[in-house]
Design a protein around this ligand. Structure first.
Ligand code: NAD
Length: 305
């Protein structure tokens, strides 16, 4: 089987080496399309491949229409909104992601950003410590669980809310399960967002929700920018000078948020998954999933069931 790795922003060399070893070790053929600049190059490369590994690359209806032999496409990473799932399903293509492979990387960044925030962005003025503060984790998935593990090391009091994960699973991880998203915002000093972008969550982090944070509250987003209601959060930041907003996903209204100097910070480029380990883990996991699919039809990580 012919497996294409199509990456506008390539994997690290060690990841490509690992993917090659996995794919060729299973008797499949690897084709690389790295740093492509035109969609036409991608369309040309997908014409005769059976499987495809992508990162943030867009697999839209045109790509899926052109890939006549394609049977499986794997997004090396957690989010898969860059794949047109309806088009994949229409073409009988299995679409998968590689959940959990970059979650420790994202969770560590949460604390890199939080220390930076509570120490006033290293402006020379005394800040505060994370120890003893109440951290609220919104969504107890792969990233949220890693955030909880690290937060305990900082000596934080950790609470979480997840619309689908049962409270006893959260409690079993030594984390206080609150009953609602509102309760999380009302009872925590810092709320860290780990929800996916879904019709329910998009723009759900709005004025009313964030305004429930106590004085000096911090909102940190390493999830998706779409979950933030930007105009409403801007309005709230203007009204409440005690609040901070820290994000790994630059908002559309970055220039407006940047006016709140000392209370807003965005990484210049999404950095959550940008570690050598995450890069390698996700790429190799994608290769293994493709091998398992061709070997015995395994579709454990299918997202277009
Ligand atoms: P995951 O699928 O493991 O977990 C998501 C959790 O959200 C699940 O437990 C689910 O039950 C819960 N959930 C879904 N809808 C909810 C709702 N309405 N309210 C409360 N909980 C809800 O995903 P993950 O790997 O933990 O990723 C979490 C987020 O982080 C995603 O948005 C992902 O795109 C993002 N992410 C960002 C980076 C980055 O570079 N910053 C990297 C990886 C993932």
């Amino acid at each position: 089987m012919k497996v294409l790795v199509a990456t506008e922003k390539p994997f690290a060399a060690a990841a490509v080496e690992g993917i090659k070893k996995e794919i060729e070790g299973a008797g499949n053929e690897l084709v690389l399309l790295e740093k492509y600049t035109e969609k036409a190059q991608l369309l040309d490369a997908v014409k005769d491949v059976d499987a495809m590994i992508i990162r943030s690359d867009k697999a839209d209806a045109e790509v899926l229409d052109t890939a006549k032999n394609l049977k499986i496409i794997v997004r090396a990473g957690a989010g898969y909104d860059n794949i047109d799932l309806a088009a994949a399903t229409a073409h009988n293509v299995v679409a998968e992601n590689t959940p959990g492979q970059n979650s420790n990387a994202v969770a560590e960044l949460v604390f890199g950003l939080l220390v930076f925030a509570v120490r006033n962005f290293y402006n020379g003025k005394a800040g505060c410590e994370l120890k003893g503060k109440k951290l609220g984790i919104l969504a107890f998935g792969n990233v949220g669980r890693n955030v909880a593990r690290i937060a305990k090391g900082f000596g934080m009091n950790v609470s979480a809310y997840d619309a689908f994960c049962p409270a006893d699973v959260i409690e079993a991880a030594g984390v206080h399960a609150v009953k609602s998203q509102d309760e999380l915002f009302q009872t925590c000093d810092i709320v860290s967002l780990h929800i996916p972008a879904t019709p329910e969550t998009i723009k759900s982090i709005d004025y009313k929700t964030v305004n429930q944070l106590p004085k000096g509250g911090i909102l940190i987003n390493t999830a998706r920018k779409e979950v933030i209601n930007e105009p409403e959060l801007l309005k709230l930041l203007a009204e409440r000078e005690d609040l901070k907003f820290i994000t790994d996903i630059k908002p559309d209204a970055d220039a407006d948020f940047a006016k709140f100097e000392g209370r807003y910070f965005s990484t210049p480029k999404k950095m959550g998954a940008q570690t050598a380990e995450a890069n390698i883990n996700a790429g190799i996991a994608a290769a293994k999933q493709i091998n398992a699919f061709f070997a015995d039809g395994c579709t454990k990580f299918q997202v277009n069931k």
